[in-house]
Design a protein around this ligand. Sequence first.
Ligand SMILES: Nc1ncnc2c1ncn2[C@@H]1O[C@H](COP(=O)(O)OP(=O)(O)OP(=O)(O)O)[C@@H](O)[C@H]1O
Ligand SMILES: [Mg+2]
Length: 393
Amino acid sequence: MTAAAEGRKRDTLAIGAVRRNFAPWADPAAVPLIRFEKVTKRFGEATAVEDLSLDIYEREFFCLLGPSGCGKTTLMRILAGFEEPTSGRVTLAGRDLIGVPPYRRPANMMFQSYALFPHMSVEKNIAFGLEQEKLPKGEIAARVAEMLRLVQLEPFARRRPDQLSGGQRQRVALARALAKRPKVLLLDEPLDALDKKLREETQFELMDLQVKLGMTFLVVTHDQEEAMTMADRIAVMDRGRIVQVATPGEIYEQPATRYVAEFIGDVNILEGRIGQGEGGRWHIAAPEAPRGLLVDGGGDGVAPGRQVAVALRPEKLRLLQDEPAPGTPNVLAGEVWDIGYLGDWTIYLVKLASGRTIRVSRANATRFVERPITWEDKVFVTFAPEAGVILTR
Ligand SMILES: Nc1ncnc2c1ncn2[C@@H]1O[C@H](COP(=O)(O)OP(=O)(O)OP(=O)(O)O)[C@@H](O)[C@H]1O
Ligand SMILES: [Mg+2]
């Protein structure tokens, strides 16, 4: 590892340590910086954002996640002042933003289709906003240099946008948006055009910068892994509404709905009907599990007779070659249908008698296994009661 990379790694670890105690949303006394209250935005007949309420806190790294057309860009444009909501209120630090023009708002937006000034060099593009603000020349030069370093474009400072690749242009747009150090930075798919490696590096750089400059970030990404890596909290959207707002860990481990469970990461869903309760757990009759299921918890609306879905993450399932003792619940019998070897993990697709396939992932912690599981093996998929999440919606 180079000294620079070593330094970056240390910085990144330090961020984790700082951020561990950051949870203003859990503090009833904390006042949100940005507040959407019952915001609706219609374009003619179409509703892009519907009755949406959301609080974002100062210094938060907040990600919006959701399928194409669910209203992410519209929500950002409302905050930046490029759209007025049809109804509802948006406030920043307690101040009503409705009617305030974009350039008077302390929020800067980097657009999904960013427009660089074609006739200006990279450094001039980055400096543009700072010159508008009439910052001292020395300060402008220092910030431009810092930004060029950040996005690794120092050698390209004198080039024009048409002399750059798509990914490089995107980094210029990112640098330009960051250079002004707005209180709130809105980034609409900022890393979209970058290749995987640069994208991952830039994710950590962004997190680092956000902490160092004390900025509040609202970021749209279609990449759920990216959201999980960067965000303090994630909002999952569906057709103009927010389905769940929570930390990445909560979104993954305690999805509120089937939609969220299926949107974030891989998941197996078993349908079933709630039976008897037993010490905080529920027996569930599921056609695909002849011995029945026994699953922890369950939120509102879980009651005997209720039709539910049980969400099971692939890494929480175990694969056995020997049949579990009679009477054990949570056993799915099947046959290994396919195996995907990913190096660190192996994914097994197990076909049940119903014809459904279940995904099971296993960490390859040892190099040699005595009885490797292979294609067409009869296997048993089992899991602990706490591995499942009961979903009523
Ligand atoms: N100016 C407009 N006029 C009419 N409809 C619009 C306008 N802007 C957005 N919409 C519609 O509003 C909905 C939400 O659009 P938006 O751009 O916010 O989606 P998005 O979540 O950002 O999607 P993507 O991930 O594809 O960027 C879409 O159905 C879109 O067609
Ligand atoms: Mg968009």
